[in-house]
Design a protein around this ligand. Structure first.
Ligand code: ATP
Ligand code: MG
Length: 196
């Protein structure tokens, strides 16, 4: 393609993008969902927390599944003023005790609800929340109500596989991580600083 045709095409593209930017006038907090089976959901949520904190905004993180390893993001972000609430029981992917897990989930949800009603928080991450809904530890209606009642300028990120359709319908931005390959599939161990 000649240089002038390339420039012409770029100019047309720029005009289209500028027009769309101009047309987007609504300012409010949004609900973002990172779901799907591929790697990157929690990482994307924490990437957004870094952006928010970098701009002097206030973010908080609620984690509904506690990994068995120390939490690299918490080490970094809590000293920068982002409070973390992590579900306290030994909930893991393998062992599930419905009674104790439900209690632990509701206790964690209590912190989440408090954050979702506090306008000083610009961003609230509900990491791995989707499982709490699929396992019926947490009522879908409660979650939806808390999201609807939150302060108008507060954004929320929900992560986890198999997100309930009603949450997807409610959200503003939904990204499905699709696994093309994963190192684990060929036997490579999970690594500190990469996987947690
Ligand atoms: P990450 O925390 O790395 O962004 P994730 O939040 O998308 O991953 P989860 O479903 O929460 O993924 O899984 C948690 C752990 O499993 C992480 O250590 C992650 O690296 C790993 N993992 C994610 N996707 C896959 C996959 N498709 N196969 C194997 N392991 C995975
Ligand atoms: Mg995750």
């Amino acid at each position: 393609m000649s240089q002038s045709r390339h420039e012409e095409r770029q100019q047309r593209l720029k005009e289209k993008v500028d027009a769309r930017i101009e047309a987007a006038q609504i300012e409010r907090g949004i609900i973002i969902i990172f779901t799907g089976n591929g790697k990157g959901k929690t990482t994307a949520a924490f990437g957004t927390v870094c952006r928010a904190i970098g701009h002097g905004k206030k973010a908080a993180v609620v984690q509904f599944i506690k990994g068995s390893w120390d939490n690299g993001e918490r080490e970094l972000l809590e000293p920068l003023g982002a409070p973390f609430f992590v579900m306290s029981t030994g909930f893991t992917w393998e062992t599930q005790n419905k009674e104790t897990d439900t209690l632990a989930c509701l206790e964690t949800w209590h912190h989440a609800k408090r954050l979702l009603s506090d306008p000083q928080y610009d961003l609230v991450v509900l990491d791995e929340l989707t499982y709490m809904v699929s396992y019926h530890y947490l009522g879908l209606d409660d979650v939806i109500q808390a999201l609807l009642d939150r302060p108008a300028n507060q954004s929320v990120i929900i992560t986890g596989r198999g997100c309930h359709r009603d949450l997807i319908n409610l959200a503003d931005t939904v990204t499905e991580m699709r696994p093309v390959k994963h190192a684990f599939d060929v036997g490579i161990k999970a690594q500190k600083g990469i996987d947690w």
